[in-house]
Structures are given as C-alpha cells and as structure tokens.
Design a protein. Structure first.
Length: 706
C-alpha cells in the first residue's frame, strides 16, 4: 500500500456534504457568543458601560442566536482614550516611536546576533560583494473554514484546531479544570489554527460559568482582524563572492513584525529565528553572520503559516543566487551548482546546526531543468526580450526541516512544545481497524495515508481502516498537525502501533488455533495458516487487549528539498503577471501516496503565487486594518494558478524507519521565491518587494524605461 496513489477515503463525505465542521454542530439549547473587538489599534480603556447590552435578549454577548449576540455586543459602550499606533517596521523602529508595550523598550521583543566562522576573512578574500534586499508582506492563511468553538458545561470543547492537546493544556491551565478537546472536520488550517487563542479559553470558561453549551464561529471579517497573520519580514543581505560565483561568506539582517503579542505556544521568536537559521539553505556556506530583530507593532499577532520562516529564508538565499548571476553575467543555474552541498558531504550539518541527513540537491536541480527544457526556454526568453516582451525565468532551490522532535524544539528555545506525536490503533468487534493520532486531519489527506500505513503493516485492506479525528480523551498527548509532521512523526507512530497490533493479533490467533505464530499471517481481515484460510476472522479475535498506543519523538528533524522552475510574462500595459510553465522536482523521501503529495505541491504553489503576486495585509498609519475582506485582500483563483508538473527523487530519510521526510509545505516554500525570481528576471529588477502587484510592476517597468 505504501507508494500507491490510492483515492482519498475522506472525499466521499466531503463531496456529499456529510462532513461535520464546527458550525455544523447545533446542540439543543446552545447559546451563541459574540466578541466586541477594539475599534482602535492602540487605546486606553477609560470605562465600559454594558447596561444597554444587558437589556438585550441574552446576557451581554451571550445570547440565543449569533445575531442577537452581535446586536448586544454593539450596545456595549466603551470609552477609549486613543493612543498613537505603529503598524509598520519602519514606524515601530523609528527614534522616539510610541511603544506598543512599556515593557518592550524600542519595540524590540528580541535582538539576536550570531556569528559563525570568520566573516572578516571571507569578505577580505572576496572578488565581489553582492548585496540585496527582500520584503515579504504580512499575509493571512485564510483557510476556507474560519475558526470556531463549541464548549459544553461538562468540559468538552469542540474546536477547529490543528493541535488539540495543546489547546486542552492551555484551557486547563487558564481555567483550572481539565477539559476534553475534540476536533471535528477541519476546513484547512495552514498553520493558522495551531496557536492557542483567547477565544478557545473564553468559550470553555463561559460554558462552565453559565452551565450551558456555548458556540462561537468567526466570520471572515473577524478572521482577517483577529486570527494570526504571518511573514511581514524585511531581509537585507551582503555576500562575499568569488569570481566564479562561489559564496565565501554571508551577512543578513532580518526584521520581523511580530504584531502586538507573540502567539502561544511559540512566542515572538518563531518567524524571526526560523528564518535566520535557514538563510544558508542548501548551500555550503560555512561563514555566516546574522542579526535578527523581532519587532512589536499594533497589528494582529503573528503565528505560523505554511512554511513558517522558511518561505522568507528561501526568498533571501534564492534572490542572492540570482543577484550573483546578474552581477557576474552567469547563468543562475550555474551559480547554484557551484554552491550546493554535495551528496558526498551527507550527512551534513549546516553552519547554523541543521542536520541534513540525506539528499542530492544538484540532482533535483538537473531533473527540474531537464523537464523544463531550460536551455530552450532561455533561448526563447532571449528572443522574446529582443522583440520587446517582458519574459522571465525563475529558479528556486531549497531545503526545509520537518517533523521536529523534542530535542529540536528545546534547541530552538521552545521547550513548551513536546515534539512527540502519538498513534492509537485498535480492533473493534466487527473486525475493523480504528486509528486515532495526535495529528488531526485538516484537509491534507491523512485519513487515507494513515489507512495505507495501517493496511501495509497489518495486511488488511485500507478500506477496512477507520481513521478518526483526534479526541484528547481517546489518544494520548502529542504535538499536532503542523510542520509537515503527519507523514513523519504521526506516521511513524501509526506504523509502529499497527505493526505491534499485527503482532498481538497473530499471538492471539496462535493461541486460539494452537499454531506457531510464525506460520500465521493476516489477509483480507482473515487469519491464514501456512497461506491457507484458518476459518478465523479479525472480528472473532477482537478484545480489549488488541488496542495499541505508541508515541514517537524524533531524534532530529527530517529535511526534504526541491527545485522549482517557472516562466512568467508581464503585460507592460496593465502590469499583470501570467505564470506559464511550472516544474517541481522534490525529494520528500519515501512517498506514501504520490497523488496526495502532488496535490500538496500544487496547492502550495497556489499559495506561493498569492504571496508573490497578490496578497498583502495592509494597515493605515493609525493602525486601522485596510484589508479586512476579500474585496481588498486578494487571493489567487484557479485562473491564476499554472499547471504544475511534479517530479520526484526518493532519498529516504535516515531519521526513522519509514524514510518519509514530509510534504505539506514545500510547494509554498519554493513557489514564492521561484515566481519572485521570474518576475525580477523579466524586469531586470534587483530588490524584491512583494507582492508584485500590477501597480508595483508598472512602477518597475516605468523605472526600467527611463
């Protein structure tokens, strides 16, 4: 079953409308909650008058319907004393700028300086120094389903989270009472639903206080305002480069707008430090220095979003490779070839300590270039330019880290995150295999891939495996679904648990049949003796003892990698960018389900295209959100996303026995830089300020024509 493009088992319920999301839960007598959110980015509360709201049907902002709750919330009078706000990196860092928090001097949450090797020596030996800057806007994950919570009086919380055990721990810590967290179907998360939100805690507290079931589901406007944002980084870099394009040393300065608070459980360091540690990328750079500064602004808190920290790190090192090529008059592919970590150097520890366990970065580049017909594309690009067309080719190579265990999180200063994931597999009285893991399904297809893993280990049909959504009362704690953990940590735990369940089933069958266990096997939910049916089914063996749980803590992260190549053309009249051919060669180790992996890559490219060309959360100078709906926050449609050809290398991870490396984020990580490089190539631009909207592109076209 492993390696088979089996159709997704979860799609039938989704397509028939039989899935159950938070908003589909309608308990009898349920009360509805609405929150009154601040109309100002920065203000001091003088007083609150809830007397009018108390006369509305319902109590304050808890009412019999969502509409009544919202109407009541509008009746609350809050007297605010406006304070100056800072909504951009520049404003927050300016001399004498207003402080977001008195306890954060200079609006700097952290300032970290790290140096590896001898930068002075590297720059003294350089033939040229190449400098550049990239700016990635603040963006939102905008999953199809927003966040929502239903909480009951007896301590059960249904929430659309990616990390149910983390939510359960946080609620228990805040309200002083244990809760059970159940994850219904989740309509996408992309990292935005990992964090612990005050809404989760408040709903549990209100339900307990009122001894009633309460419900809150955000609308899109509330989502854009109050759910976590991401990226919002500015990176400047300077590289010491030899005349052949080899990088001798690299300096970087990373500025990150964290927002008003660091989101739990990772705090203010998540984007700032992840990015800083990965800027050397897949390149053999041994002399590296960075300053990373996390800045407080009067914006929504920043959290995780697909490829957290890695998207911007890759954008920086891939712009560097293209700028070196531009400076030296070289082919950008050749510059990458000269700088890659070579396969004979594996396992390789990067200058910042990332342990790359296996891979051949050059092979991924060559496979992608060959499939793209790169030489012909470069020749066609030259002819198009001679004819006055704005055509560009972008290349992006990267390595990421996935499936981190406790040692990795401790090393990153995030000891509050366990890094462990758990799988429980058991046999029911009908002979079906059931599974729960600490990594819920958020749309990435784990009901199918986990069923394939269990079927492979047990010798049953995948259709006989029921993968349930996570319930903290039914599976032991784990970290949750993010950082491509599902196919690494949860999958390893699931495969081990299923393997142990198989052993337990065969031992029970051997006892029942009085046969040596080595003579027995499982096929189509029946026991075989020496390859022949023994007249004994799994249903007949089902007992409480046939219930196995395994937790897995990876000794280190896994490291998938890829190369993306694409071509764009720009309309000089409108500034519109159209993406033509798009090829990916990726190595995510052993592939459980190729179809699902390719779907992840294509979906990731869509989000990368959005970041490169369209998406930007904007605030006014007074901190007011200007992009609070899809009228102003543009996301790609099917018409904006190219056809993507996905090729695979298969270098198994040596971290664990499955050999998987994770495949959930690579599409986004590679696409943003590839598309940005292609646009910059078409315009002969140096710095990259994303997104390349038509307005920005037209300004660059005009600048180039002067």
């Amino acid at each position: 079953m492993i390696g088979t493009s089996m159709p997704r088992l979860e799609d039938d319920a989704l397509l028939r409308g039989a899935a159950r999301f938070v908003d589909d839960l309608k308990p009898d007598g349920c009360l509805h909650v609405a929150f009154l959110r601040s109309p100002m980015a920065s203000a001091r509360i003088r007083s609150i008058d809830a007397s009018s709201a108390a006369q509305a049907p319902g109590a304050a902002v808890v009412a019999r319907s969502r509409y009544e709750a919202e109407d009541a919330a509008e009746l609350i009078g809050v007297d605010l004393d406006p304070l100056p706000a800072v909504s951009t990196l520049g404003a927050a860092m300016a001399e004498g700028s207003p402080l977001v928090h008195d306890s954060v001097p200079g609006n700097r949450y952290i300032t970290v300086h790290r140096a590896y090797g001898d930068l002075d020596k590297a720059f003294a030996a350089a033939d040229v120094v190449v400098e550049g800057e990239v700016v990635h806007p603040r963006v939102s994950a905008v999953p199809m389903e927003g966040r929502g919570v239903v909480a009951t009086a007896d301590g059960v919380v249904y929430t659309s989270t990616q990390a149910p055990h983390l939510v359960a721990d946080a609620i228990a810590e805040c309200i002083g009472s244990s809760v059970r967290v159940v994850t219904p179907d989740v309509g996408g998360g992309f990292g935005q639903k990992i964090g612990i939100y005050t809404d989760d805690v408040l709903l549990a507290w209100i339900a307990r206080r009122l001894k009633a079931t309460v419900k809150w589901v955000e609308d899109r406007s509330e989502h854009m305002q109050a759910s976590s944002h991401a990226r919002d980084q500015k990176i400047t870099f300077s590289a010491a480069v030899r005349s052949d394009g080899r990088v001798l040393g690299l300096r970087a300065r990373i500025l990150t707008s964290v927002g008003a608070y660091g989101a739990r459980p990772y705090g203010a360091t998540l984007n700032a430090m992840t990015c800083a540690g990965l800027i050397p990328g897949p390149y053999d750079i041994r002399d590296y220095e960075y300053d990373s500064i996390a800045i407080a602004t009067n914006c929504s808190p920043e959290g995780a979003y697909r490829g957290v920290g890695m998207v911007t790190a890759v954008l920086a090192h891939e712009r560097l490779m293209d700028l070196i090529a531009m400076r030296l008059g070289e082919d950008p592919a050749d510059v990458r070839r000269r700088n890659f970590v070579r396969p004979e150097q594996m396992p390789y520890t990067s200058v910042t300590g990332h342990p790359y366990e296996s891979g051949d970065y050059g092979a991924a580049l060559e496979m992608a270039l060959h499939a793209f017909d790169y030489r012909r594309a470069r020749a066609e690009r030259a002819r198009a330019r001679a004819a006055g067309r704005l055509v560009g080719i972008g290349v992006s190579s990267y390595v990421e880290f996935t499936g981190a265990g406790s040692a990795t999180f401790v090393g990153r200063g995030m000891a509050a995150i366990s890094g462990v994931d758990t799988a429980r597999v058991w046999l029911d009285k009908d002979g079906h295999v059931h599974m729960q893991t600490s990594c819920p399904n958020i749309g990435q297809g784990v009901q199918t891939t986990f069923a394939q893993l269990a079927a492979d280990a047990l010798g049953v049909d995948a259709a006989n495996v029921i993968v349930e959504q996570t319930d903290t009362a039914r599976v032991s704690p784990g970290t949750g679904t993010y950082q491509s953990r599902s196919s690494v940590t949860a999958a390893t735990a699931a495969h081990r648990a299923a393997t142990q369940l198989r052993e337990a089933i065969l031992e029970a069958a051997a006892y029942r049949l009085d046969q040596p266990v080595e003579h027995l096997a499982i096929s189509e939910s029946k026991i075989l003796v020496d390859g022949q049916p023994a007249g004994l089914s799994l249903a007949e063996l089902a007992t409480e003892e046939l219930d196995i749980e395994v937790s897995y803590d990876a000794k280190q992260a896994s490291h998938p990698y890829a190369t993306h190549v694409c071509q764009v053309e720009i309309d000089p009249g409108s500034g519109a960018v159209s993406i033509g051919r798009y090829v990916i060669t990726e190595d995510c180790g052993v592939v459980i389900n190729p179809m699902i992996v390719e779907g992840q890559a294509v979906g990731g490219v869509a989000q990368g295209a959005g970041a490169a060309l369209l998406e930007e959360i904007s605030y006014g100078a007074d901190g007011q959100l200007l992009s609070g709906s899809f009228m102003d926050y543009l996301i790609p449609t099917a018409a904006d996303v190219p056809l993507v050809e996905v090729l695979h290398l298969h270098t198994p991870s040596t971290v664990h026995e499955l050999g998987t490396k994770g495949a959930g984020e690579g599409g986004t990580i590679g696409a943003t830089a590839a598309i940005a490089n292609a646009v910059a190539d078409a315009l002969s631009a140096t710095d990259a300020v994303l997104p390349f909207t038509p307005e920005r592109v037209l300004a660059l076209v005009e600048r180039g024509q002067r």
